[in-house]
Design a protein around this ligand. Structure first.
Ligand code: FE2
Ligand code: FE2
Length: 373
């Protein structure tokens, strides 16, 4: 299947193949003292035949993590912690605090009546609600109420604060941000709101009501910013759209029935660096394997099943989170013959597409399925 041997073709013409000799080692030392190095010592590593992800394919099971996330409430206050978050630490990406590739993700818990201070940063975020009632977020004066499987955007540079209404229940959500990417680009700023809280200056949920009407654009609606004006995306509408598409389309052999969340102004991704999609695996559906560039973090919103990632099987159920690193073979299967399964996916496709780096390949061998090791 995978052409692993290609990564070991260093002896072919045009590839570096220089033996170390005492003379060369001394030469490398000389260069090192002058802040320089010979390209042929690193060329094969920095220019691989194909992407070599440092991220480890893995799953974070909610049943394992939920109690630990809830314990953080007793251990630290949101005020002291700044943000009370347990983040997903991919062992291959610990150095940049990423869950996969250049995507950071964490689980945050908040009790009724708690409110995090308003702030803004260069990193963009998608806050995806996992459980609880009464969560809301304020983005640049727009208050959005949030239920399970809804998500809200807090795009780069927007003032935002998260809270749970006092009549609500404890809420847990997944934060997904481009922090590792923005840090890699050395462009990250962070600022706390001077008043620690911002005023709500628009009707509640106004942006979703204004911009979130399928096939309709508001008259006089003008939006020039580089992210979607529809700050909140709701589960009910998403599920209804997916169900409708599932009834009228065969879907994709690799993704089942998949829909991308979009910016209603230009039909593009919701933000400049992070994209999101929801996909439905119909009862009994098993997709074929493919691989592509870009990093993908899935959260199971509904149902149970498994994914095979680079030949390893990961069984999942509702609220589990798993990652598909760049250029990793992957295929998904719904465990149920009667119920659909839905996967939310956070990704860096906007970056891949804008930079012209997106590439995709279907697995041709073995009927399109990976052998499981
Ligand atoms: Fe934030
Ligand atoms: Fe895929």
């Amino acid at each position: 299947m995978a052409r692993d041997h290609e990564n070991h073709r260093e002896d072919v013409a045009g590839r570096a193949n220089v033996e170390d000799t005492p003379e060369l080692l001394a030469y490398y030392d000389d260069l090192g003292r002058k802040g320089a190095a010979a390209l042929w010592t690193v060329a094969n590593k920095i220019e691989p035949w194909e992407p070599v992800s440092q991220s480890v394919p893995m799953i974070w099971r909610y049943a394992d993590l939920r109690d630990d996330v809830l314990r953080s409430v007793d251990l630290v206050t949101p005020e002291k912690a700044g943000r009370r978050v347990i983040y997903l630490d991919n062992p291959g990406r610990s150095d940049v605090a990423a869950a996969v590739g250049w995507i950071y993700a964490g689980l945050q818990v908040m009790h009724p009546g708690e409110r995090a201070s308003a702030h803004r940063h260069s990193a963009s975020a998608i806050r995806f609600i996992m459980e609880g009632q009464g969560a809301y977020t304020v983005v640049d004066g727009h208050k959005m109420t949030l239920g399970a499987n809804d998500f809200v955007l807090t795009p780069n540079g927007t003032w935002h604060e998260h809270a749970v209404a006092s009549e609500g229940t404890p809420c847990i959500w997944q934060d997904g941000l481009d922090i590792p990417l923005v840090n890699a680009l050395e462009a990250n700023f962070y600022e706390v709101h001077p008043d620690l809280a911002q005023a709500v200056t628009y009707p509640v949920d106004d942006m979703t009501r204004t911009w979130g009407n399928p096939g309709l654009r508001p008259g006089g609606g003008d939006w020039q910013k580089g992210y979607s004006p529809m700050f909140k995306y709701e589960w009910d509408r998403t599920y209804e759209a997916l169900s409708g598409l599932a009834a009228h389309s065969d879907g994709s052999p690799h993704d089942g029935v998949l829909m991308h969340y979009m910016n209603p102004v230009n039909s593009g991704h919701v933000m400049g660096t992070l994209g999101a999609s929801m996909q439905m695996l119909r009862p009994g559906e098993r997709t074929k394997a493919h691989r592509h560039t870009g990093s993908f973090l899935y959260q199971v919103c509904k149902g149970s099943g498994h994914s095979i990632i680079n030949g390893k099987r990961f069984d999942w159920t509702e609220r589990d989170i798993f990652c598909v690193p760049a250029w990793a073979w992957h295929e998904h299967a719904n465990a149920s013959d009667t119920e659909d399964a839905c996967l939310f996916c956070l990704n860096d496709l906007p970056v891949m597409e804008k930079l012209g780096l997106y590439r995709e390949e279907a697995l041709a061998e073995n009927g399109g399925h990976q052998p499981v090791g």
